[in-house]
Ligand binder design. Structure first.
Ligand code: NAD
Length: 496
């Protein structure tokens, strides 16, 4: 399916704080995207025939570029998203940790291995290996413009693929920076960036790539999947979230409040797996609200070095937050901190709402702003039932001192990840997979599952000798048939 609209000839990036123009970029249309994919295909052939060590070394050289250039990269993130430099640096550090893991674990995870042949095929050697797909198209968001796309890019590259990356139109400079760093680390265009808005992303989804890794909203994900359906291009979708944090009566209330405030308001709430809903057991509800309230005076947005978080990166998100807060208040919620008056674009001061109607949009849709909703629950079963009542299912948190209770709740959370006694605990563990269900998407990035996501499982057999009981022919001996039937009944006919 061709992209629905031609991209504008240039893309202007602006500071979300001042609106000033940061840079202008020529945008890639369908022709430029096709060209990049074709160059990527040649680079992929070169990349795939390197030894695992050569690939690892190139990835580690790219890593070094990211580390030595971290301050410069953080400055670009800061300029384009408004995120404080500390947050930008944290994001780079986490991304580098994943890149390092992917580079060092790809061969071990994907290399050829023997599998048990089983009784029927004892004469066969069974081999399983994971081979690269070819060229992977990565479409990224703006909220973590390094950490999030690198969750796909690092693992796709390490699995032996070339990547064509379309960064968000809000963070084209970050995307460019990453590809330029690659060019310094490796002579071939194994990683390329194409700049543009949704039309460029649509062109990439419709192009000749072998897989699309999309991170963004569920609404755009649906369009990407529809475009990919035309060529049966497989997709991995990292969508949004409406994550819950559950506080048990036995929890460390201060730690839970600290986590809720950081998880809900950090990065101005613009975190896919940020905390949006909090469910607190009745006996500690008031104490929890007091603890949250006590932490808020120190949490202020701004663009100075003391700011806890920055502006809303995408101007249109301000109206979404206003709509959610207003709707919740109209439906009877009470404001523990802030309210509509906290919204002074591009900044939004912390807003904490309590006793929020579960059917209000603040509870059902992704708010993506520095807000928290906190509701009282009878018990943990009710907390879980409400937490799971969402079309999203990305991650969640549980605070309790009882390990078994925490693990049992984590298992029952309808999400791809759960952190006990922290928020986003999984983000810094590269060996853990990341991804959601429902409107949060499907497929996994990070960890061994992330490497396999960008590979094709390949089954190979080597016949070592002729089968003693050979049924794979038109003239099997009657004795072979009798023996095979006897074995079959002995093995499977006894009910266990
Ligand atoms: P978005 O859906 O608006 O855009 C994401 C990307 O898709 C952008 O690069 C955009 O240009 C591109 N795009 C737009 N229209 C397209 C089309 N028709 N075809 C192909 N590409 C198209 O999302 P956003 O506002 O950039 O990012 C915020 C969203 O991303 C939130 O919902 C957030 O929760 C989610 N997110 C998820 C994760 C995760 O790992 N699950 C991580 C970060 C952000």
């Amino acid at each position: 399916m061709p992209p629905t609209a031609a991209p504008a000839a240039t893309l202007t990036s602006r500071s979300p704080v001042t609106g000033e123009v940061l840079a202008e970029y020529p945008t890639a249309g369908a022709a430029e995207v096709a060209q990049a994919v074709s160059a990527g295909r040649q680079a992929a052939a070169w990349w795939a025939q390197l030894s695992p060590k050569q690939r690892r070394d190139a990835l580690l050289r790219w890593k070094r570029e990211l580390v030595t250039g971290a301050e410069a990269l953080a400055a670009v993130i800061n300029a384009e998203t408004g995120k404080p430099l500390g947050g930008a640096m944290l994001e780079i550090m986490l991304a580098v940790e994943h890149l390092d893991w992917a580079a060092r674990n790809a061969h071990k995870t994907l290399r050829r291995r023997k599998v048990a042949s089983g009784l029927l095929a004892a004469n066969q050697l069974g081999l399983l290996e994971y081979v690269p797909l070819g060229v992977v198209g990565v479409i990224g968001p703006w909220n973590y413009p390094v950490y999030t796309p690198l969750g796909s890019i690092s693992y796709a590259l390490a699995a032996g693929n070339a990547v064509v990356f379309k960064p968000s139109e809000y963070t084209p400079g970050v995307g460019r920076w990453l590809a330029e760093a690659w060019a310094r680390a490796c002579p071939q265009p194994v990683l390329q960036t194409v700049v543009g808005d949704g039309a460029t992303g649509a062109a990439l989804a419709s192009s000749d790539v072998d897989k699309v890794a999309f991170t963004g909203s569920a609404a755009t994900a649906r369009k990407v999947m529809a475009a990919c359906a035309e060529r049966l291009t497989p997709v991995v979708i990292e969508g949004g979230g409406k994550d819950a944090l559950i506080v048990a009566a036995d929890a460390d209330i201060d730690a839970a409040a600290t986590a809720a405030v950081f998880g809900g308001l950090g990065n101005a709430g613009q975190t896919c797996a940020g905390v949006e809903r909090v469910y607190v057991e009745a006996p500690v509800y008031d104490r929890f609200l007091e603890a949250v309230k006590a932490k808020l005076p120190a949490v202020r947005p701004g663009d100075g070095p003391d700011a806890a978080y920055g502006p809303m990166t995408m101007p249109s998100q301000v109206d979404v937050v206003r709509r959610h807060v207003t709707d919740a208040l109209e439906r009877g919620a009470f404001a523990v901190a802030g309210g509509p008056e906290s919204i002074r674009a591009p900044y939004i001061d912390p807003i904490v709402l309590a006793e929020v109607d579960e059917e209000s949009v603040a509870m059902t849709e992704e708010t993506f702003g520095p807000t928290l909703t906190v509701n009282k629950v009878r018990d943990l079963d009710e907390a879980l039932q409400r937490a799971n009542h969402s079309r999203y299912g990305l991650a969640g948190s549980i605070f309790t001192k009882d390990k078994q209770r925490g693990l049992a709740l984590a298992q029952r959370l309808r999400t791809g990840a759960a952190s006990i006694n922290s928020v986003l605990g999984f983000a810094a563990i590269p060996a853990l997979p990341f991804g959601g269900l429902g409107d949060s998407g499907f497929g996994r990035i990070h960890g061994a599952d992330g490497l396999r996501e960008f590979s094709r499982a390949k089954a190979v057999t080597w016949q070592r000798y002729r089968a003693p009981i050979d049924l794979m022919r038109f003239d099997p001996s009657p004795r072979a048939v009798r023996t095979a039937l006897w074995l079959f009944r002995m093995r499977h006919g006894r009910g266990h």
